[in-house]
Design a protein around this ligand. Structure first.
Ligand code: VG1
Ligand code: CO
Length: 544
């Protein structure tokens, strides 16, 4: 095998965001762009010679091409074995599982998650460490430094590997294994949930379901588990074939983008359960007949009912949520006397807590939840959790949610996104917010008196690392909150996210529409950040 070292010069825009590096495909197609980033990953790692690297992606445009490049670079850099999902496909949670199960050194996951795909759209790449989770900040910082000083990359010369045939080949001392993308993950799910109960509940018609795979990676996983294993009717999983451009859609499971599912779930003869997942299979949207479950509520309900699921029957060690996620899960933790952690946005911050068994279940408002079974968020896991819950409680989704609100009160919640905002304007908004922080406490709008205003900073309780500038929080005396932060996953301009939350104890007011219930907070948010005034927009691009 010949290995070559090719000279290169740095690109100045390879700073990883909330979840890896995401750019337009055209950016990744620039000469040596991907190579620079991959070599910078390898240069930030130590002692991986002869070890195993897992590679897989969500199947979007450029996936196969990128994998062929990464294979040759991993070989040249000295990995001993590469494990790759068939067709180059691995969902993010499946990749996390494979890294853990086969004691790999780490993995490279190719995905831009919920961002659209295709030649004109987005591509992404991230590195996961040996626990199966996203690289922690200290590693991504080092990797970013490497991208700024890189002078060359290593690549082996051999022909492309056939990614479609399961089996093993050896190329110049490197073992390359193409594995079934679904089997290991399906096996793990069967260990966590009561598959026999689910089969019965589906067989006897108590549970009917529809799953929108949005032409993304979960199609094959959901078909195998929900239809072939648990016996849901053929066709229950729709948009099931992963496409390079996700059928032209936006593979983000929310009411704005998964509209096909919403029509079914709010239509006549809606099934008992509906769900959708995103580009790389780590997000989930949960619905029942005529009801959408807010991700923050879903997390709280899962934590409150974990004991009904076989894997968590003995109890859970603690819970965590990202800072902008509603405080619903805090109320559950309080009642169950469980530790509850508030982390910055992004799954890399849950890794240490799970490794140290400080938490078992965690989640984010952005349609992501998971447990210690892997180190990523996991869309199908959440779907199976809900199905298992419905089957055990023998109640509808709506009843489960209303019962929960009755017991704990409802944290009425929503998020407003202003996308592709000019970066200077967005930075101006953040500066403007920052400049008000000291003067806000004590200020009132009607019933809303500011209790605290700060910029969120997090100290990891396990390794003591500090992450600052993680979003601006304005908390009110009545428990309501407004949070502002800029997205770290977008590829065009800046995206401003405004998170709004208000607690309602009164059961007679639980059925309100969130936009109506949050109207006052929405007005206060605009007064604070002036996004409409500064951008000339009249409304958010997406409301979730
Ligand atoms: C968004 C979400 C965040 C999530 C991240 C990755 O990040 O808000 O909660 O962890 O996407 O999800 P940001 O920085 O754009 O707000 V995924 O499904 O893209 O891996
Ligand atoms: Co995702």
């Amino acid at each position: 095998m010949t290995t070559t070292i090719t000279k290169t010069t740095p690109y100045d825009d390879q700073k990883p965001g909330t979840s890896g590096l995401r750019k337009k495909v055209k950016v990744f197609q620039q000469p040596k762009y991907l190579e620079n980033f991959v070599q910078s990953i390898f240069d930030s790692l130590e002692d991986f010679q002869g070890q195993t690297l897992v590679i897989g992606g969500d199947g979007r445009y450029f996936n196969r091409k990128a994998i062929q490049i990464i294979i040759k670079m991993a070989a040249a850099n000295g990995f001993g074995e590469l494990i790759i999902g068939q067709g180059g496909l691995l969902s993010t949670p499946a990749a996390s599982n494979i890294i853990r199960k086969y004691n790999a050194f780490g993995g490279i996951v190719l995905s831009a998650s919920h961002n659209p795909g295709g030649p004109e759209e987005d591509f992404g790449i991230k590195y996961n460490v040996g626990n199966g989770g996203p690289a922690p900040e200290k590693l991504t910082d080092k990797l970013y430094e490497n991208t700024k000083t890189i002078t060359g990359y290593k690549k082996s010369r051999f022909g492309d590997i056939d990614l479609d045939v399961i089996g093993e080949v050896e190329k110049g001392g490197v073992k390359i294994r193409i594995i079934d993308s679904v089997a290991d993950y399906a096996e793990l799910m069967a260990k966590i949930f009561d598959f026999e109960l689910l089969k019965q509940s589906i067989h006897n018609g108590f549970i009917t379901l529809r799953f929108d795979a949005m032409h993304a990676i979960t199609g094959p996983y959901a078909k195998h588990i929900l239809e072939d294993t648990l016996g849901a009717a053929q066709g229950s999983v729709f948009n099931a074939v992963p496409l390079e451009d996700f059928g032209g859609g936006h593979p983000d499971p929310n009411m704005a983008h998964a509209h096909e599912l919403c029509e079914i779930m709010f239509g006549a003869d809606a099934p008992t359960f509906g769900a959708a997942s995103d580009g790389d299979g780590d997000r989930n949207m949960v619905m029942g007949a005529n009801i959408f479950v807010t991700p923050s509520d879903s997390l709280a309900i899962m934590a409150a009912n974990a004991k009904l699921i076989p894997a968590y029957a003995k109890g859970i060690s603690g819970v965590a949520r990202s800072m902008p996620t509603s405080q619903a899960v805090d109320r559950v933790a309080d009642k169950l006397s469980l530790p509850c952690y508030e982390t910055p946005t992004g799954w890399k911050f849950f890794g240490n807590l799970r490794d140290a068994d400080k938490i078992t279940i965690c989640g984010e408002e952005s349609f992501g939840s998971g447990s210690n079974h892997v180190r990523e968020k996991d869309g199908l896991w959440a779907v199976l959790f809900w199905l298992n819950l419905i089957a055990r409680k023998r109640e509808s989704v709506a009843d489960i949610v209303h019962e929960h609100w009755q017991k704990y009160g409802r944290d009425i919640y929503c998020r407003h996104d202003y996308e592709a905002v000019d970066s200077d304007i967005a930075n101006g908004i953040v500066e403007h917010l920052r400049s008000q922080l000291n003067s806000l406490p004590g200020k009132s709008w009607g019933n809303y008196e500011v209790k605290f205003a700060d910029e969120f900073s997090y100290t990891d309780p396990v390794d003591g690392s500090v992450s600052s500038n993680q979003g601006i929080r304005v908390g009110f005396v009545n428990g309501s909150r407004i949070v502002f932060r800029l997205s770290g996953t977008g590829t065009v301009g800046a995206t401003l996210r405004i998170y709004l939350e208000r607690y309602e104890r009164d059961v007679s007011k639980h059925d309100q529409d969130a936009q109506v219930a949050l109207a006052e907070l929405i007005t206060i948010a605009e007064q604070l950040c002036e996004v409409k005034k500064r951008t000339g927009r009249t409304e958010p691009d997406v409301i979730t």
